[in-house]
Design a protein around this ligand. Structure first.
Ligand SMILES: Nc1ncnc2c1ncn2[C@@H]1O[C@H](COP(=O)(O)OP(=O)(O)OP(=O)(O)O)[C@@H](O)[C@H]1O
Length: 356
């Protein structure tokens, strides 16, 4: 757990970058600081590993004031990933990743062999280990940056705009990879971004920060989408928040129709193994436009139902056999009741004074 207690940072020129910030980052979760340029995100982040010292207030990690720990020890316990990866240009990829373990006393041989394992973990092939950073793509460099931060196996990982220097496709890939890794590792991650979509996708909790790193809202992304705390948050979240919020709703709660349920003169045709082939009707065979599996979110299911010529999303089992249909008209009632439950829960926690 990382606690900011009334933390203020005033730079020598008088700029108050962080103004009396109090906030708790939970262990084993991804907490995202998001907000407009200059609102104080990076300053708040860098105070956690003492790259920047607060003017007043304190930061505690697992109950200990960080100023009581030697800076060098603190930095070893806290991984740090920055935009553009910040790799050592004159060291090979493998040596970049192995550097901190070697500094910590691990033998060169062992450090390099675990570095190889880490490269694989972040989705890179071992043959890239002998290259220099300039010989990699931006996305690959970023992956090396993550591998390097993980090499010391720190319980805490700070990530400052880690994916903003890469194109949207690579960015999507890296975000997915981070979520996968986090599923295995369960680190305490604080990630800074100015991109609300990235915040919503990655954060277990998102702190929407206004100038002076003042938290306008600090809540799980689904709550921010369902009920922005004020106009500032609403404008940052932007349009389509209802639709985007469906990503956090369970797609398995909707009643399934059996696959022989005809819709508007269309029936689902399957092959000998039961895999969907398309919708058979007067115009021949029309495409199903994909299918979903157990665990899909409501956004995926709704998207499939909208795209389907029958207005029905096809569910398949682990072997790809069609085992049910979700009709567009059945979605509406489910969306309505999930939203009502969410808002009622938020209203209750607000009236208990728990919401931030
Ligand atoms: N060394 C410094 N001296 C004076 N002012 C600074 C210094 N570093 C940052 N600032 C100011 O503090 C405020 C917060 O900066 P910070 O870098 O923390 O914001 P940010 O939210 O991370 O911004 P961005 O998204 O643009 O990186 C800004 O007004 C910035 O100009």
């Amino acid at each position: 757990m990382i606690e900011f207690e009334g933390v203020t940072k005033r730079y020598p020129d008088g700029t108050v970058a962080v103004d009396d910030l109090s906030l708790t980052v939970e262990t084993g979760q991804i907490t995202v600081f998001v907000g407009p340029s200059g609102c104080g995100k990076t300053t708040a982040l860098r105070m956690i590993n003492r790259m920047i010292e607060p003017t007043s207030g304190r930061i505690l990690i697992d109950g200990d004031d960080i100023t009581t720990r030697p800076e060098a020890q603190l930095r070893r316990e806290i991984g740090y990933v920055i935009q553009g990866a910040g790799l050592f240009p004159h060291r090979t990829v493998l040596d970049n990743v192995a550097t901190v373990p070697i500094l910590k006393g691990v033998s060169r041989r062992d450090a390099r062999s675990s570095a190889l394992g880490l490269l694989e973990r972040v989705g890179l092939t071992a043959d890239l280990g002998d290259r220099y950073p300039a010989q990699l793509s931006g996305g690959q460099q970023q992956r090396v940056g993550v591998a390097r931060a993980l090499a010391a196996d720190p319980p805490v990982l700070l990530m400052d705009e880690p994916f903003s220097a890469v194109d949207p496709v690579v960015r999507d890939d890296l975000q997915q990879e981070l979520l996968r890794l986090q599923g295995e590792l369960g680190k305490t991650i604080v990630l800074v971004t100015h991109d609300i979509d990235e915040a919503i996708r990655l954060g277990d909790k998102v702190a929407v920060l206004a100038n002076g790193a003042r938290p306008a809202q600090f809540a799980p992304p689904a709550d921010i989408l369902a009920s922005p705390a004020d106009d500032f948050v609403a404008s940052l979240v932007g349009r389509d928040r209802g639709f985007r919020g469906l990503s956090f709703a369970d797609g398995n709660e909707i009643p399934l129709k059996t696959i022989d349920h005809g819709v508007d003169g269309l029936t689902l045709e399957v092959d000998a193994d039961g895999r969907p082939l398309g919708w058979r009707g007067p115009d021949g065979l029309l495409p199903t436009e994909g299918s979903f599996r157990d665990g899909a979110n409501l956004r995926t299911v709704a998207d499939l139902a909208i795209l389907s010529p029958a207005g029905a999303a096809v569910r398949v089992d682990a072997e790809g056999r069609a085992d049910g249909l979700v009709l567009l008209e059945d979605l509406a009632g489910n969306v309505r009741s999930q939203q009502r439950e969410r808002l009622a829960a938020l209203a209750t926690s607000n009236s208990n004074g728990e919401a931030g």
